[in-house]
Design a protein around this ligand. Structure first.
Ligand SMILES: Cc1cc2nc3c(=O)[nH]c(=O)nc-3n(C[C@H](O)[C@H](O)[C@H](O)COP(=O)(O)OP(=O)(O)OC[C@H]3O[C@@H](n4cnc5c(N)ncnc54)[C@H](O)[C@@H]3O)c2cc1C
Length: 495
C-alpha cells in the first residue's frame, strides 16, 4: 500500500471505483491513479479493440472539439496526447483558415496554434490506451452498475453492485473507499440516492429541444488541398430569424464533417436532399458550395437533446460519505458550445486540489466541499448556455431559483459581439471567445470598465446603461454585483 491517508469513509486511500469509462471517467482515473493504490473503472460497454463507436456514447459520431482550456488540462493529464492523435491521422489546425460568420459580419483569419482536431472516437481511444497502461488502473467491462452499496446506517457508500451484461447477468459487489459517478447523461445517481432514503433536490432544467444533424464526407485525391486550407467554418444560427447553425471542419484521415444545429424544436433534417437544401439556405453559401463537391460517406445522422439539466447535489443536507459525481452526470450543456469535456477536466483539477488539501487537513465533510467546488465550476458554463439558448423561441427555463442577470447578459453580450465583429476588434473578439470557451470568467467582460467601454459607443448601449442605473442605482460596480451571479474565481484560478 503506497500511501495511507484519510477519507471520511474508511480512512484509507486504497481503492476508488469510477462508474463509466467515458471522457470524464478516463480523466478522473488518470488523476486519481496518483492518489489511490487501485483505480477500478466499471464500464457497461464492451470496449472496442480499435477506435470505434460504441453503444454507451451515442454522441460520439457528432463533432467534438476541445476548448483551449480543455486541451491544456488534457495535456497536463496525458502529456503529448496530441502526438498520438497525429499518428492516427488527425490534422493540426496551425495556420489553417478559420471562418466565423455571425449576424453582424464575418471574421476570417489563420488559426494561431498547433491544436489537433479529431473525432471523439479517436480522442477516447488515445486517452483510454494511456489509462490502460497505468499499472494501478483496472477496467471491469461489460458490467453495469445497478445500485450503490451503503453501510447499514446508509451514511456512507462502500461500493457498487454490478451486473454483467449479456445472457448470464451475473451480479457481484465491488467495494471501495470512494465511488465516483461519471456515467454521463444516463446516470441514475439521483434515483439510487432516493432509493437509499436521501432527499435529492430537483435539477434545474433548460427545455432546449435541440437537434444536431451530422454528416461525414471524404476528400477525393484532387481535393486534399481543402484539408490543408480550412480549419473550421462556423455560420452561427440567428435566433431572430430561426436559421440553423452550420459548421464544417476536418477530422482524421481527410474526413470532413458538417453539422446543422438548432434549439427550440425545429430540428435540422436527416434526409440527404433536405440536408443539402438546409445548408444552401444558410446566410452564407460557403459550406454548401464546399459540400456540393464532396463525396458523402454517411447519411446525415440526428441527435436530439430535449433538455439540459444541472443537478444541485451540493445543496443536499445529507450526502453520503464515500460518494462523488462529476462530468455529464452532474450537469450537461448545449453541445454546440463545446464545453462538456472542458468542464469535466476543470472538475478533475478541482477534485485534485481538494484531495491534496484533504491529505494535509482532513475534513469530515470532504465530499460536500468537493460538490460545492464543482458547482462553482458549473455555474459560468450553465449561465452562458442559458443566456444564449433562451434567445430562441421554444426554449424555457425551469429552475428552483430565478435566473440572475440573464436579460442584461443577453443584451450586453449581443452588443459586445456586434462591436467586436463590426470594428474588427480582435482584442474584444478574443475576450468574447475566451469567456465562451471558459478560459476567462464572464466577469472579465462584465466589469464596470468593460461595460462602460462597450455600452457607451451605441445608442442601444447607452439606453441599457441608463436603464440599469434607473433600476438599480449606482455605482456600476455595485449594480453588476447585484444583478450577476458571483462566478466564483475558483474555476479560473487553477489553469
Ligand atoms: C452531440 C454532442 C456533441 C458534443 N460535442 C462536444 C464538443 O464538441 N466538445 C465538448 O467538450 N463536449 C461535447 N459534448 C459533451 C461531451 O460528450 C461530454 O461532456 C463528455 O463526453 C463528458 O462526458 P462523461 O464522461 O461525463 O459521459 P460520457 O462520455 O457520455 O461517458 C459515460 C460513460 O458511462 C458509461 N455508463 C453509463 N451508465 C453506466 C453504468 N450504469 N454502469 C457502467 N457504465 C455506465 C457509458 O457507457 C459511457 O462510457 C457533446 C455532447 C453531445 C451530445
Amino acid at each position: 500500500m503506497a500511501d495511507l491517508g484519510y477519507t471520511p469513509t474508511t480512512g484509507k486511500w486504497e481503492r476508488v471505483i469510477i462508474i463509466g469509462g467515458g471522457i470524464a471517467g478516463l480523466m478522473t482515473a488518470k488523476m486519481l491513479s496518483n492518489y489511490y493504490d487501485e483505480v477500478l473503472i466499471v464500464e457497461k460497454d464492451q470496449l472496442p479493440d480499435k477506435p470505434e463507436n460504441r453503444q454507451g456514447t451515442p454522441q460520439a459520431f457528432h463533432p467534438h472539439r476541445f476548448t483551449q482550456r480543455g486541451r491544456k488540462i488534457t495535456e497536463r493529464l496525458f502529456p503529448d496526447y496530441q502526438d498520438d492523435l497525429l499518428k492516427l491521422g488527425a490534422p493540426s489546425s496551425l495556420n489553417k483558415t478559420v471562418h466565423q460568420i455571425n449576424q453582424y459580419g464575418s471574421k476570417v483569419g489563420p488559426y494561431p496554434r498547433n491544436d489537433v482536431k479529431f473525432s471523439r472516437v479517436i480522442l477516447e481511444w488515445v486517452l483510454r490506451c494511456r489509462v490502460q497502461k497505468a499499472p494501478n488502473i483496472r477496467f471491469i467491462i461489460k458490467n453495469e452498475v445497478v445500485c450503490l452499496l451503503p453501510t447499514l446506517d446508509r451514511s456512507t457508500i462502500i461500493g457498487v453492485q454490478v451486473r454483467e451484461r449479456g445472457q448470464n447477468g451475473m451480479e457481484q459487489s465491488l467495494f471501495a473507499d470512494l465511488v465516483i459517478d461519471t456515467s454521463g447523461r444516463s446516470s441514475k445517481l439521483a434515483l439510487w440516492l432516493e432509493e437509499l432514503g436521501y432527499v435529492v433536490p430537483k435539477p434545474d432544467k433548460l427545455r432546449v429541444t435541440l437537434g444536431y444533424s451530422t454528416r461525414r464526407y471524404k476528400l477525393l485525391p484532387h481535393q486534399m488541398h481543402l484539408a490543408e486550407k480550412y480549419d473550421v467554418i462556423n455560420i452561427a444560427g440567428q435566433p431572430a430569424n430561426g436559421t440553423f447553425t452550420g459548421v464544417f471542419s476536418f477530422i482524421e484521415n481527410n474526413i470532413a464533417e458538417a453539422v446543422l444545429y438548432r434549439p427550440g424544436g425545429n430540428h435540422p433534417p436527416t434526409d440527404a436532399k433536405e440536408y443539402e437544401r438546409a445548408f444552401a439556405s444558410l446566410p452564407s453559401p460557403i459550406i454548401s458550395d464546399l459540400l456540393k463537391n464532396l463525396e458523402p460517406i454517411t447519411s446525415p445522422r440526428g441527435y436530439r437533446v430535449p433538455e439540459l439539466y444541472r443537478h444541485h447535489f451540493e445543496q443536499m443536507k445529507h450526502w453520503p460519505s464515500g460518494l462523488l459525481v462529476l462530468g455529464d452526470a452532474f450537469c450537461i450543456y448545449d453541445p454546440i458550445f463545446g464545453q462538456g469535456m472542458t468542464v469535466a477536466g476543470m472538475e478533475v483539477e478541482a477534485l485534485e486540489t481538494c484531495i491534496r488539501k484533504q491529505k494535509k487537513e482532513p475534513k469530515q465533510n470532504f465530499e460536500q466541499i468537493v460538490l460545492q467546488k464543482l458547482q462553482d465550476i458549473i455555474e459560468p458554463a450553465w449561465w452562458l448556455n442559458i443566456a444564449n439558448d433562451l434567445q430562441w423561441e421554444g426554449v424555457d427555463y425551469v429552475g428552483s431559483e430565478p435566473l440572475k442577470g440573464i436579460s442584461f447578459g443577453q443584451k450586453y453580450l449581443a452588443l459586445f459581439l456586434e462591436q467586436a465583429t463590426i470594428q474588427h476588434d480582435w482584442m474584444l473578439y478574443g475576450m468574447y471567445w475566451a469567456v465562451n470557451t471558459l478560459s476567462l470568467s464572464p466577469r472579465a467582460i462584465m466589469n464596470p470598465e468593460m461595460v462602460m467601454k462597450v455600452l457607451s459607443v451605441s445608442d442601444e448601449g447607452k439606453k441599457l446603461l441608463v436603464n440599469l442605473s434607473q433600476a438599480y442605482g449606482n455605482p456600476l460596480e455595485d449594480v453588476l454585483d447585484q444583478i450577476l451571479p458571483s462566478f466564483s474565481q475558483l474555476s479560473y484560478s487553477q489553469s
